[in-house]
Design a protein around this ligand. Sequence first.
Ligand SMILES: CC(C)(COP(=O)([O-])OP(=O)([O-])OC[C@H]1O[C@@H](n2cnc3c(N)ncnc32)[C@H](O)[C@@H]1OP(=O)([O-])[O-])[C@@H](O)C(=O)NCCC(=O)NCCSC(=O)C[C@@](C)(O)CC(=O)[O-]
Length: 280
Amino acid sequence: MMYSLRVTRLLAGNKRPRWFSSEPQVTSTLTSSQIGLITLNHPPANAMGRVFLQQLKHEMKSMEDARCIILHSALAPKVFSAGADLKERATMTMEEAEAFVVQLRTTMQELSNLPVPVIAAIDGVAVGGGLELALAADLRVVSARSKVGLPETSLAIVPGAGGTQRLPRLIGEGRAKELIWTGRRLSGVEAAEYGLATRLVDNEESSLDTAMQLAEEIAKKGPVAIRASKWAIQEGMKKVSMENALEVERQAYARVLPTNDRLEGLAAFREGRTPNYRGE
Ligand SMILES: CC(C)(COP(=O)([O-])OP(=O)([O-])OC[C@H]1O[C@@H](n2cnc3c(N)ncnc32)[C@H](O)[C@@H]1OP(=O)([O-])[O-])[C@@H](O)C(=O)NCCC(=O)NCCSC(=O)C[C@@](C)(O)CC(=O)[O-]
């Protein structure tokens, strides 16, 4: 990996919950430029079971100081995530399966609602809940060799972690229906053509390195402005009328107007230097 990561924190707080007694399946670090890196590391397939989900939630919560977050897999370039843990699922009652899927769906929504940009660096297979996790991120960087899809209907279930809603919003209704009804896996190249990924990297590059470059670029911008613009875009997309949407933009602008960072940006421009933003 191109970047040396200074680990400033592995786990928030001293008290380790019971589920941390098992091997860590999801970990996180914060780089010196305040990029939060969440690593999925549950061989062989980053399957999402109860422990995985608890740890993912925990790591997401420990990211409040991050300016941008990257989700990536330690199992790249083979697999990003194969989705729900189908072996664990086979041991669950119908009620347990229902409760778990609710938790999965809620966690993806919590990820989507994080106040800072989240980038999924996909290198390998991202299917089912694995793709749904990436869809809950703001940006997706995908390697050409990746395979992405929602194969749930092949298992006689529907995508249950937001996929039926996020995929059509992203790539359009027709393409989403076709992918969900056929369970077909797209290559990374096709995913970029469909608009599912915002960046495509070739097989010689790592999607993590590209995601890092993107995150470094974002982390240099005014932190209040990045948070306010994410909020404005997400809130505005929910609103029906343009009048309401523009009111959201006004509210976001009102957040950056009184900041020192705004004055710092103007001063740096005047003095021809790089601004030093402090998020205040
Ligand atoms: C990942 C590849 C491409 C690797 O393909 P491969 O490299 O050819 O390796 P493999 O198929 O031999 O798999 C390697 C190991 O990973 C395991 N594995 C693999 N996937 C899973 C899984 N999901 N859950 C549990 N274990 C899994 C698999 O069982 C095997 O274990 P081993 O036999 O060595 O002990 C292939 O195994 C594959 O295509 N897996 C199936 C993926 C799949 O169908 N995912 C959809 C899950 S459904 C879902 O996500 C539902 C959701 C979230 O929307 C709603 C809900 O929760 O219900």
